[in-house]
Ligand binder design. Sequence first.
Ligand code: FE2
Length: 101
Amino acid sequence: MLAEKPYLVEREKPLSKKEIAQALRWAIEAELDAINFYEQLAELIEDEKIRHVFYDVANEEKEHVGEFLAVLLEVDEELAEFIRKGFKEVEEETGIKAKLQ
Ligand SMILES: [Fe+2]
């Protein structure tokens, strides 16, 4: 578990730009895992109020993905171009148009 021994905290020098980008990708991965975790738990809970809390927290994690992605796009200047290329390729091949902004 990352929180058990976070190597990032033990560092004596600041993270490089490349390392910050890597940390942001890990953070996004953790948020996506959390979304799946909370939604899967919600689907197993019959109590509507408790299920609602799990879905609500899952939605908060989705916002966190957006926050980390916004920062990652600032740090990794090539990423936005690769993402645009991916969106374009999917649209050309399938007609699916990405709905981000
Ligand atoms: Fe989160």
